[in-house]
Design a protein around this ligand. Structure first.
Ligand SMILES: NC(=O)c1ccc[n+]([C@@H]2O[C@H](COP(=O)([O-])OP(=O)(O)OC[C@H]3O[C@@H](n4cnc5c(N)ncnc54)[C@H](OP(=O)(O)O)[C@@H]3O)[C@@H](O)[C@H]2O)c1
Length: 333
């Protein structure tokens, strides 16, 4: 059976990445798109080859032809609309961060369990072979004992109308991109962080964090990462073991039209004999949709289930608390 997806809102990520990546698949199709404006829904649906357009999110949620809903609304609407979808008996793939408090993730877990649907957070990076390879190498001991992880993720966006710069929408660097170094480190190490210290700079006009540096203690390693919404675009993740280091060159916005590179270095500081590993051409958004649809068809777990989202959200909440209180904060389990 081919499953029908519906999309809430004509978000940039949906129009430019997620929907195009889901085209021409034997197991699913994007059947509908809803917008707060019917004209916008119709125009966007027509441009993307989507058959149904709705002038409200509620109409799409109520449509019995839609099986799975992709929720790329601004962060502050994720929980409200994901809950509406679950209550209507729909499966939901919701953009990161799925919630802005751990208590809200717990509400989603309760609703999911009661309705028996599949609900997941759209950390597409987890479906990309470069992260599966990194996890295999780190957990397989290729680097020796890994005790340090470092990450950076930045872009420059000072547009006051962008959802990332609106505090009430759950904007800011940590919620938008700080979630990635945290999520991927948890994935690669297979551990949860124990405690955190953090330094956050806030934009005086927006009230959102624009430069955030975080130190997290995991059971076996330290993670240091910095994220910014107002710095030169850059992204990198590095895992340091006692014998080798592993560097992921485009860790988060992995392109689909060229291979991704991982650099394995055994201490060659001049970087002349580094081993460069290439992952096969992959579209992380298509892989994410395939894995999610398979979970629905076969009755399995979402690729990034709510239990995982709960751990990520608890750590993110603790980061804010640590910065505010200027001290180490234990992360609840
Ligand atoms: N996984 C990834 O690679 C990735 C990348 C980028 C963003 N994201 C996530 O995807 C989500 C959307 O990001 P985006 O940059 O694509 O957002 P965006 O272009 O600003 O789109 C958000 C959409 O939400 C709808 N909306 C409903 N209420 C709104 C309000 N009060 N203000 C503004 N928009 C409202 C609008 O759709 P209508 O007007 O059509 O109703 C709008 O098009 C965020 O949660 C973000 O974290 C994920």
């Amino acid at each position: 059976m081919k499953l029908n997806w519906g999309v809430l809102g004509a978000a940039k990520i949906a129009r430019e990445k997620v929907i195009p990546s889901m085209a021409h698949h034997p197991d699913f199709q994007v059947l509908g798109l809803a917008s707060r404006s019917l004209e916008k829904a119709k125009a966007t649906a027509a441009a993307l080859g989507i058959l149904k357009a709705y002038g409200s999110y509620e109409e799409l949620i109520a449509d019995p032809d839609i099986h799975i809903i992709y929720n790329p609304l601004p962060n502050h609407l994720h929980v409200e609309y994901t809950l509406k979808c679950i209550e209507a008996g729909k499966h939901v793939l919701c953009e990161k961060p799925i919630a802005l408090t751990a208590a809200d993730v717990e509400k989603l877990i309760e609703a999911r369990n009661r309705k028996g649907v599949v609900v997941g957070e759209a950390f597409m990076v987890r479906s990309h072979p470069q992260w599966i390879k990194a996890r295999e190498m780190v957990q397989g001991g290729v680097l020796g004992k890994v005790t340090l992880v470092q990450g950076q993720f930045s872009y420059f966006n000072a547009n006051p109308d962008n959802i990332r710069n609106i505090e009430a929408y759950g904007g800011g660097a940590l919620w938008d991109i700080g979630c990635y170094p945290l999520n991927t480190t948890r994935f690669v190490l297979g551990e949860e962080p124990l405690r955190v210290a953090a330094l956050l700079d806030f934009d005086s006009e927006f009230g959102t964090d624009v430069l955030s540096s975080v130190l997290l203690q995991f059971p076996s390693a330290q993670l240091q990462f910095s994220v910014s919404t107002q710095l030169v675009p850059h992204q990198r993740m590095q895992f340091f073991g006692q014998q080798k280091s592993l560097e992921i060159l485009i860790p988060f916005n992995a392109p689909k039209d060229r291979p991704c590179l991982l650099r394995l270095n055994d201490g060659d500081i001049f970087r002349e004999k580094e081993e460069v590993l290439e992952t096969p051409l992959s579209d992380q958004y298509r892989l994410q949709a395939e894995a999610f649809t398979k979970a629905v068809l076969k009755g399995g777990e979402a690729p990034v289930p709510l239990e995982d989202a709960l751990a990520n959200t608890r750590a993110l909440e603790a980061i804010f608390r640590a910065a505010k209180e200027g001290r180490w904060v234990e992360i609840p389990r």
